[in-house]
Design a protein. Structure first.
Length: 116
């Protein structure tokens, strides 16, 4: 099934609002840590999710919660079917959440992984 998209420039194709809302709903997880991280990621994106990011996130959402958290926290690296540009881009963004904010507790550089 093809996803509806809107193109804002010649480089990047973004999913439409309905598609964004669907992936946002699918991102609700049983494991609180995943739910919080995915919610923060989607809030940061402010409704502008590229088709590549959408496809990568959709692949990640097929995983069980514990496997997803292990990937986000860099306890594991993506293998086989998960080594796609979209998955790698979303994981990188999830791993860097909060790194740009002063006094943040982002996941980058191993600073705050102990709390999760």
């Amino acid at each position: 099934m093809s996803q509806p998209v809107k193109q804002l420039d010649t480089e990047t194709v973004f999913v439409d609002d309905e598609c964004f809302r669907r992936i946002q709903w699918r991102s609700r997880r049983g494991l609180l840590e995943n739910d919080l991280l995915l919610t923060q990621f989607l809030q940061f994106k402010e409704g502008r999710l590229s088709q590549l990011e959408h496809d990568g996130l959709a692949q990640l959402l097929e995983l069980p919660d514990n496997e997803l958290l292990d990937l986000i926290l860099e306890r594991q690296e993506p293998k086989d079917d998960l080594q796609t540009a979209g998955v790698l881009q979303v994981l990188e963004a999830l791993r860097r959440l909060g790194d740009d904010q002063p006094g943040s507790h982002g996941l980058g550089q191993g600073q705050s992984r102990a709390f999760i």
